[in-house]
Design a protein around this ligand. Structure first.
Ligand SMILES: [Zn+2]
Length: 273
């Protein structure tokens, strides 16, 4: 049986964890809440959320990748940017999810098939740039941030001066699959995100340490510009059959940059310009 846990991060934001290496968030307002992402879709996340928070809530999906969106079939309707709908359907099969989970949950095959939620047949509600979810004493503001995927969304909780970056900008931002933008296009997204910098002090993410210093954004921009200038370290990197490039060298155990900065980009040759 899959166990879920919750941990309060700010006044209104809880970090939720289930099976695997990706976390989710719950934003609790005085009138209603919002579940941010649903991870791999293993176990009764809906039951956990409703048992813990006891209030009406929306489900908001940061982007269509299997490790963020695959729990959505527990709900009849979820908010997700429509550019990622096809992506969700191409990545929702159980075999792929098990392959991804096996890296951090070696006994994944011991979990019964009925723990894995099936493909979503409900409604994708529109989620796009500059929307506001009013939760009572706090809000969630949305920013469309294409790069990692075309429908990637960054969410702001300005009352807690916190930005939820999802996979939009990370310690190793993946820009190599078909759904990714080029590094050149991604630079524009990072410059757009910079316009919101005075609204937050904390950056929460969904992988690894799940939090980064505010310099993460500038460091990703710096790395992106180095790639465009052909001045990055261009280190061979392999991930699930993809042979791609890592811009900056990292410690092989901690995956942290050896120079102490935190932003890094993994990219393919056909995703530069
Ligand atoms: Zn992703």
């Amino acid at each position: 049986m899959v166990k879920f846990t919750k941990e309060q991060i700010t006044e209104h934001i809880w970090r939720l964890r289930g099976l695997g290496d990706v976390c989710m968030y719950y934003v609790r307002g005085s009138a209603k809440g919002a579940l941010i992402d649903t991870a791999y879709g293993v176990g009764d996340l809906k039951g956990f959320v409703e048992n813990e928070f006891h209030q009406p809530y929306d489900v908001i999906i940061t982007h269509g990748h299997a490790d963020h969106a695959n729990g959505i079939s527990q709900w009849p309707a979820v908010y997700m940017n429509h550019r990622d709908i096809d992506l969700y359907y191409t990545r929702s099969d159980i075999a792929l999810r098990k392959q991804m989970l096996r890296r951090t949950v070696p006994d994944i095959d011991a979990y019964p098939e009925e723990d894995f939620h099936s493909t979503f047949h409900g409604t994708f509600l529109p989620l796009d740039d500059t929307m506001t979810f009013d939760l009572g004493d706090c809000t969630i503001r949305t920013i469309l941030a294409p790069g990692h995927t075309q429908g990637m969304m960054v969410l702001l909780v300005p009352e807690d001066r916190t930005a939820l970056f999802g996979d939009a900008c990370g310690v190793s931002t993946f820009l190599f699959r078909d759904e990714a933008s080029t590094v050149a296009e991604y630079c524009n997204t990072l410059k757009k995100l910079k316009q919101y910098e005075d609204t937050y002090d904390r950056i929460l993410r969904q992988h690894g340490t799940c939090e980064s210093p505010k310099s993460l954004l500038d460091e990703n921009l710096e790395v992106a510009e180095e790639i465009l200038a052909g001045k990055d370290h261009h280190i061979p990197f392999e991930y699930m059959g993809y042979h791609v490039w890592m811009a900056e060298p990292v410690d092989p155990v901690t995956f942290q940059r050896v120079d102490g900065k935190s932003g890094n980009i993994i990219y393919a040759d056909n995703k530069i310009r």
